[in-house]
Design a protein around this ligand. Structure first.
Ligand code: HEC
Ligand code: HEC
Ligand code: HEC
Ligand code: HEC
Ligand code: HEC
Length: 602
């Protein structure tokens, strides 16, 4: 009686409740787009009369797909009419490291169980979740999946799907990233941190087994981030101009271990005082081994707002004797546990430090510049590491982090990374004569105007220059001479310490200028409200034309000598306060071009 009542109820509600989850409505014998008692009757007839079924009949009616149509299929159909949707199950437990996950869930009690589908996503939303696995056995309620990339928080689901393709999602199950957390107030001071400064080991603990890594890194800018006299003078100025955030703002990226543990670094006037202090070694090491190798998740661009509240996002797991890296099957280490993490091969692992937006001004956005070029961002080729941490013959990755800055306490040519920076710069761009619609003439008549077209092509993975581009100067020096007399020049400087002539209309200079609230140029990022960007985009091309009046009465050969030159720091930053460093700063030649042109007299 109860059964009959239910059937009648179902019949009444059928058009509302019978979802057609697949394209074909399985077992809808009378093709009315509903499953109801009439279909059950047709099915009973079919089973009673036939002992042979056609392909079409099987496809439409063999619900449990066992090759025959029988009472089991009838039961499934009745079940479907009674319970149009499968019941959901819940995930009981998930264990995971950064690449493997083990998921356990409740067994389904849905009469029409057909498949378990396992999904995950980096958001708690059904929209973008990714299918990980399908299981067709109701009793298998556990699965281990390896080779994933489980950085940052992840959410998992196990859906129960019936024979009609209708599915019931489990509640989402969050797997938190492996990390120690911290909380900051609006001045960047630590309110609470699970990390203590002792959790971060200094590089001296690594020398015994990773001697070459330590040697390379200690000559790098990362190892130098808290040793740079220029950093200290700018940092002190910062503390004067913005006492409310004190020393915290710059410490976020230059000494992250001090930042996330709340160690106070105020009161040091010079790099020398700081390094001679009794502060823990790892704080003096700036961007140290343990900052990078305890990272377990990816961070994002750093957006500084008007209040300058320091809030850089790190996901670290220090102090547990575990180091993470890109070796998939590391040899056992007697000193620490080693866990493979796929994030170390990705450019995002250079965040938050190498992507810095100040009040919506894209001030130092190296990562974003790279990410905007599909050739790099989409292909997975040409990561930051490919160019700045190239693989060496023994399979290790160079930790010298060659860029453009040098240790300027050495005389010109003697800094440890001098030659490597020279080759890095030589690899960055190409220059040649010519531009669309223009070529360099091979002769010219006296008194005429000589047009010298040049093309500059970037081969670099981000803008040229990038990062602190407001301190960089890359420019074309062009000198046109006859015998030893200069007829024309642009971008020529007396010595390595001289300023460029910014009023020269012919000057081609790649750099940027920060503007303060009143629109004047400033060298302080925290006073920056706007920016004039004169950098060359990644893989970009720039054409430039010089027009040179050839004097009357001149004949014979004239020489064209062109150089693309580079210095890491404009003398404006160093002159006065750091004259010793300015003296030691080399001007590199990145590329040269020359030609001779015949001048034909009257
Ligand atoms: C007693 C020797 C020893 C010491 C000390 C040591 N390590 Fe290691 N470490 C190893 C060995 C062995 C490996 C495995 C290397 C391999 O498989 O090629 C390793 C691997 C690593 C990896 C690579 C992990 C991966 O999966 O890519 C990192 C990162 C690392 N160590 C960091 C450190 C840091 C940081 C220190 C200092 C705080 C340190 N190690 C100290 C022996 C040591
Ligand atoms: C195709 C190779 C290539 C890739 C990819 C690349 N770089 Fe560079 N990078 C260079 C070269 C060459 C220079 C020196 C010329 C220059 O200044 O742009 C440089 C310079 C730099 C500098 C010094 C600042 C300056 O003056 O430009 C930083 C910092 C830097 N790169 C970081 C990164 C980061 C972070 C990434 C990934 C988002 C990255 N690079 C990707 C080749 C590359
Ligand atoms: C700025 C972040 C950063 C710093 C600082 C850093 N590393 Fe690495 N390290 C990496 C990355 C990224 C890789 C993987 C590169 C890849 O696979 O492309 C790596 C790889 C390694 C490896 C695996 C072997 C190899 O060379 O590929 C070891 C071991 C290692 N680092 C040890 C160290 C030690 C020791 C220090 C300190 C002296 C250090 N690292 C400092 C980012 C860093
Ligand atoms: C915790 C912050 C942080 C992370 C993460 C980081 N860097 Fe840096 N990086 C810095 C700072 C700060 C400097 C400048 C230090 C200085 O010059 O005093 C720097 C300098 C550099 C330079 C030298 C630039 C020059 O002017 O010569 C290169 C190249 C570089 N980083 C590459 C990378 C790459 C590649 C990664 C990712 C694998 C990375 N960095 C991750 C903070 C970071
Ligand atoms: C969001 C991270 C971040 C913050 C915050 C930050 N820096 Fe840096 N800083 C970097 C990176 C990355 C580099 C390397 C960029 C490059 O070489 O182009 C760098 C390079 C430098 C350099 C050396 C290169 C140069 O040309 O100037 C100095 C000096 C410096 N920073 C000073 C400061 C001061 C002072 C503050 C505080 C006002 C500060 N930084 C705040 C990330 C940061």
């Amino acid at each position: 009686m109860k059964f009959a009542l239910q059937l009648i109820l179902c019949f009444a509600l059928q058009s509302l409740i019978y979802c057609q989850c697949d394209n074909t409505l399985l077992a809808d014998h009378n093709n009315d787009n509903n499953l109801d008692i009439l279909d059950v009757i047709s099915m009973v007839d079919l089973v009673m009369i036939n002992d042979y079924f056609t392909e079409d009949e099987l496809e439409l009616t063999d619900i449990n797909q066992d090759g025959i149509i029988d009472i089991l299929d009838i039961i499934k159909l009745v079940n479907k009419i009674l319970w149009p949707q499968p019941d959901s199950v819940s995930i009981i437990n998930i264990e995971s490291n950064l690449v493997n996950v083990n998921i356990e869930w409740e067994v389904s009690n849905s009469p029409n169980y057909h498949i378990y589908r396992v999904y995950y996503s980096s958001q708690d939303s059904l929209e973008n979740r990714e299918l990980l696995h399908e299981l067709w056995d109701i009793n298998i309620t556990q699965i281990e999946i390896s080779g994933l990339s489980l950085y940052n928080d992840k959410w998992f689901w196990v859906d129960v799907v019936d024979y009609w393709g209708c599915s019931a999602e489990s509640p989402s199950y969050k797997v938190e990233n492996i990390e120690k957390t911290y909380e900051l107030d609006e001045t960047g001071n630590i309110v609470y941190s699970e990390m203590a400064i002792e959790d971060f080991e200094p590089s001296t603990e690594c020398i015994a087994c990773h001697g070459t890594h330590v040697e390379e890194w200690s000559k790098s800018r990362h190892g130098h981030a808290m040793k740079d006299p220029l950093f200290f003078s700018q940092w002190n100025l910062e503390q004067l101009n913005h006492p409310e955030i004190g020393e915290r703002f710059c410490v976020q990226c230059h000494s992250p271990a001090a930042f996330v543990t709340g160690l106070d670094l105020s009161g040091y006037e010079t790099a020398h005082d700081f390094q001679a202090s009794s502060l823990p070694a790892v704080v003096k090491e700036g961007v140290s081994c343990t900052v990078c190798h305890t990272s377990t998740a990816l961070s994002s661009t750093y957006f500084a707002t008007d209040d300058l509240s320091p809030h850089a996002e790190y996901h670290l797991y220090p102090g547990e004797g575990v180091y993470f890296g890109s070796i998939e099957d590391p040899n056992p280490s007697p000193y620490h546990e080693t866990i493979y993490s796929p994030i170390f091969e990705r450019s995002e692992s250079c965040l938050p430090c190498h992507d810095f937006v100040m009040r919506d001004v894209e001030a130092e956005i190296t990562f974003t510049e790279w990410n905007r070029i599909p050739a790099f961002a989409m292909s997975g080729l040409g990561s930051c590491q490919d160019c700045h941490m190239p693989e060496k013959e023994n399979g290790n990755h160079d930790h010298s982090f060659i860029g453009v800055d040098l240790d300027l306490s050495y005389p010109i040519g003697e800094a440890p990374q001098h030659d490597a920076v020279q080759s890095m710069l030589e690899s960055a761009v190409e220059i040649e004569f010519g531009a669309p619609g223009y070529s360099l003439a091979s002769y010219i008549s006296t008194g005429e105007t000589l047009t010298i077209p040049i093309t500059i092509t970037s081969l670099t993975g981000h803008n040229f220059p990038s990062g602190t581009s407001f301190s960089r100067e890359a420019w074309i020096e062009s000198v046109i001479s006859h015998d030893n007399d200069i007829i024309f020049s642009s971008g020529k400087i007396e010595s390595n310490t001289s300023l460029l002539d910014l009023n020269d209309d012919s000057l081609l200079l790649f750099t940027s200028f920060f503007l303060n609230e009143s629109g004047d140029t400033t060298m302080s990022i925290t006073d920056t409200y706007d920016m004039i960007n004169k950098t060359l985009p990644a893989l970009g091309v720039r054409y430039h034309i010089y027009e040179v009046d050839i004097p009357d009465n001149l004949s014979g050969l004239i020489n064209i000598d062109i150089r693309l030159r580079f210095r890491a720091l404009t003398p404006i930053l160093l002159a006065g306060q750091h004259d010793d460093l300015l003296q030691n700063q080399p001007v590199f030649d990145m590329a040269t071009l020359s030609a001779q042109i015949q001048v034909i007299g009257d």
